[in-house]
Design a protein around this ligand. Structure first.
Ligand SMILES: Cc1cc2nc3c(=O)[nH]c(=O)nc-3n(C[C@H](O)[C@H](O)[C@H](O)COP(=O)(O)O)c2cc1C
Length: 235
């Protein structure tokens, strides 16, 4: 009787199991590397961010989900983070998400006040080391350029002395909205007025077009925050 060259059914089951095991080991190793890279990044950010009071204003842009990671990273690096949101921003991400990530109350309306004797926006505005507005919508750019302050995000911006604490705007919108003369005019006004405007990234947009107007990735926003704080006296 000639010997069969076919592997036994048990041998092929064992080989498949080993392959799955090896793939899982590779996934674990890749995840470990990601954790290590993240730890390294936080170790570099911490000296600039730890102990700082940072406000983050969130507007009604599709990219607001990215700002959750920014707030979480700032909190993990030891910043006291207060989030302010426009009413429409709360249609995209709930205040509860930001409250949980920052560990602090979210300013969801200009009418919220911790105490009548201590209006919340003034207290926070005078304490912040930096204010990031991200995503900063086309409408918010127009409101800020016009000096309006009728929502929690612009009211906080209006109350911050920019010679003391930088206000960073991270505009994010569809490329046609980005190219509008009104948007470009407002950006020029805001730069003249002393706001720091972060360039948007270019690429895929949620509206299925490709072009400028993407919110920079969370790591880039964190980099911009730490660069702005570098050289400014820590508390
Ligand atoms: C699904 C959806 C996504 C939107 N994404 C953006 C955006 O990325 N950028 C922007 O400027 N406006 C965007 N808008 C329009 C704004 O949400 C709208 O102008 C809003 O009133 C702005 O509110 P706020 O600036 O008070 O947060 C979007 C609207 C919808 C319905």
């Amino acid at each position: 009787m000639p010997e069969s060259r076919e592997p036994s059914p048990t041998a092929s089951v064992d080989a498949a199991r080993e392959q799955r095991h090896a793939a899982r080991e590779q996934q674990f190793a890749a995840r470990e590397q990601q954790f290590a890279a993240r730890e390294q990044q936080f170790a570099e950010l911490r000296p600039l961010i730890e102990g700082r009071t940072i406000a983050v204003g969130v507007c009604a842009g599709i990219a607001s989900y990215k700002v959750c990671s920014v707030v979480s990273a700032l909190a993990q690096c030891g910043a006291q983070v207060t989030v302010a949101m426009t009413a429409d921003a709360q249609r995209f991400v709930t205040p509860l998400v930001f409250q949980s990530l920052s560990g602090r109350a979210v300013i969801a309306s200009p009418w919220e006040s911790a105490s009548p004797a201590d209006p919340q926006h003034i207290r926070i505005a005078s304490a912040v080391d930096l204010y990031l507005i991200a995503p900063c919508t086309m409408d918010m750019l127009a409101r800020l350029a016009g000096g309006r302050c009728d929502d929690a995000v612009s009211l906080l911006a209006a109350s911050i002395d920019r010679s003391r604490a930088p206000v960073l705007l991270a505009p994010s919108m569809n490329e046609a909205m980005w190219r509008q003369p009104a948007t470009q005019r407002n950006l020029a006004t805001l730069r003249d007025d002393g706001f720091a405007v972060l360039d948007p990234a270019s690429g895929w947009q949620a509206c299925r077009s490709i072009g400028p107007g993407r919110l920079p990735e969370p790591d880039e926003l964190l980099g911009a925050i730490s660069e702005s704080l570098r050289g400014r006296a820590a508390p």
